[in-house]
Design a protein around this ligand. Sequence first.
Ligand code: PLP
Length: 380
Amino acid sequence: MIYADQAATSFPKPPEVVEAVCEVLRRVPGSPGRSGHRGALAASRVVFEAREELAQFFSLEDESRFVFTSGATEGLNLVIQGVLRPGDVALASAVEHNSVARPLEALCRQGRIRVHYVPCNREGFLDLRALKEMVKTFSPRLICLSHVSNVLGTIQPLEEIVPLKGEALILIDAAQSVGHIDIDLSQLAIDFLAFSGHKGLFSPGGIGALYLRPGVEEILRPLKFGGTGSRSESLEQPDFLPDRFESGTPNLPGIAGLAAGARVVRQIGLKNISSHERLLAETFIELIKKNPKICIYGPKDRTKATGIISVNIEGLPPSEVARRLDREFGVMVRPGLHCAPLAHKTLDTLPQGTVRFSFNYFNRLSEVERAAQALLEIAS
Ligand SMILES: Cc1ncc(COP(=O)(O)O)c(C=O)c1O
């Protein structure tokens, strides 16, 4: 079997991650921040060390800037629902995932905010001139942007985009970039960065984190309220980080897995990861481009993309291509809209979408060659 659906969730998980998850389940008998016995203290240590690992991963000193969430979706919702006020305008790119588009549209439909989409070209890159104009025209409160498109692999140039935000807050959806390319939060004026663990950080599903720039927590309403193990005498939600945004018993095995995965990525090195993924994508494209019936989407310059490649075969629906890849060749990919109808509108691939291959550091060159061969056979 060849697993080429890494953008959905990564597989296999490194042994270090499996071990860290099992270790917590086997040996940590408590809930962090509660009870005070040695098991609870051990649990608190797991959470604290995971936060420290994240700070190191993103070149920050202050680990308290990270709030654990159930994934990118929760982090994005927390910011979108927690920052926007009645009458506000939000901007988002024309390739956003539904995890950004749906919470924005829900607020729009309730008549609370307006949203405008900043155009992207067919390679998925944001139109920077349009962004500048729209910031001037609409004075948005929030700009939402996926760092890497989950359909095309396109990497948005954050160092050019972030300075254009004006007075707006900027929320980066890093679901497809964390663990694939370097993000130095000490160098970029990003207000919020949301990500999941189960993609580029090799953790189990159901765990992620949200980074908050110092000060922004004061304008962010919590999405959920409840027990935190702190200030239990008060019926009011704590006002300090991370407790303000972390009500409820946390996903301790997930947190341990997330930290172990981040450590694995740091040990391999993001340079090695991105260059391997680029080699895989370039090899795949080089092999399939000889067949004119195969349409390849995304950046021509693959230094500006990750290991995600969307394609279509003329005359064949994506679902049929994916089914044949799986049944006849053991190649697992994702067909359709990839929860990103806006991106497919930009690409003009509605309603059927594309066939998405996504490779990561653990895919071998020989797998990519076999996947390309399978696609060529289906197209022939
Ligand atoms: C760009 C993007 N944003 C957000 C998400 C949501 O991530 P999760 O389902 O882990 O919350 C995904 C997942 O596919 C994604 O690709």
